[in-house]
Design a binder for this molecule. Structure first.
Ligand code: OAD
Length: 270
């Protein structure tokens, strides 16, 4: 691993602009499940069933017992998860001007919690609500997030909810305040910003994503076609591995701090 980390560090140190694309693997060491691993979310919930119910909120109504279980899992995992060494390393890369945009598919808010500021959350975030009426957004603290989930569990447990609207709070405008996460069939967030960032990048650092969900998965390919360098960090080969100039086969929590150390060394020796 040492040699590939050094090679990756040299590319980062030499680059004009660097963009990262992250997925669930970056949060695995914070205790959050990935989607496609053996114990992943899609091994426990059938994505076709969730899609057929019109998304997660519809699934909760259609399967209230499973729904309450799902909500307890979300509350316990997302309500307690803290940034890990991978999130902190990416924030540090930004602070030393070696990361200029961080595009993530994760909805856990952990990149921002670790101190990254230029974050594009393509699949939204649990840490914000958006009104389906006026489009207004409000930030959601961790305490509020947990309280909201507990309220949803209580409402589901009453078996008096027959429509997703009954699970959600209302905005002063009368619209429904939904978690600001991208559901099945929804447009992703920040695609223009993400594309612009990738189009300006000399290096794209891909970390902890299987690279099967579009349009996020198309971004490294777009960069590669322009001649940008693609560096992948993942313990396993992914759909994006054939595009990668450098593949680091390790966990994000080990590889990213090692990469930051190496970038600092390389940077100080030129
Ligand atoms: P996946 O579950 O598809 O992929 C997770 C990747 O992380 C895999 O390549 C794992 O090998 C890797 N991985 C596991 N542990 C790791 C670790 N400690 N360090 C680094 N990598 C590790 O998750 P995503 O690619 O993020 O979309 O999934 C993309 C989208 O699919 C999600 O955002 C979600 C889902 O449907 C929506 O909900 C809209």
């Amino acid at each position: 691993m040492h040699a590939t980390i050094e090679a990756a560090a040299r590319r980062l140190a030499d680059a004009g602009r660097v963009v990262a694309l992250t997925g669930a693997g970056v949060s695995a060491e914070s205790g959050l499940d990935t989607f496609r691993g053996a114990d992943g979310i899609w091994a426990r919930f059938d994505p076709d069933e969730v899609a057929a119910a019109g998304g997660w909120l519809g699934y909760l109504i259609a399967r209230p017992w499973d729904g309450m279980e799902l909500l307890r899992g979300i509350r316990d995992a997302f309500g307690t998860a803290e940034p890990n060494d991978a999130h902190r390393a990416l924030a540090e890369l930004e602070s030393i001007d070696r990361l200029h945009a961080l595009i993530t598919q994760n909805i856990d808010g952990l990149h921002r919690a670790a101190g990254s500021t230029h974050v594009i959350e393509m699949h939204g975030t649990f840490r914000r609500k958006r009104c389906s009426g006026c489009g207004g957004c409000e930030d959601v603290s961790r305490e509020r997030f947990v309280a909201d989930i507990d309220a949803m569990i209580a409402r589901l447990g009453s078996f008096l909810v027959h429509h997703p609207a009954h699970l959600l709070d209302r905005c002063p405008c009368g619209g429904l305040l939904r978690p600001d996460i991208v559901g099945f069939g929804d447009a992703v967030h920040g695609l223009v910003e993400a594309t612009e960032a990738v189009d300006a990048a000399d290096v794209v650092l891909v970390c902890g994503t299987s690279g099967v969900v579009y349009p996020a998965a198309s971004l490294p390919e777009r960069a590669r076609e322009r001649g940008a360098v693609v560096i992948e960090i993942d313990p396993l080969p992914t759909e994006l591995t054939p595009l990668a100039d450098i593949s680091v086969r390790d966990s994000a929590g080990r590889a990213l701090p090692a990469l930051v150390d190496a970038v600092r060394r390389v940077g100080s020796s030129v």
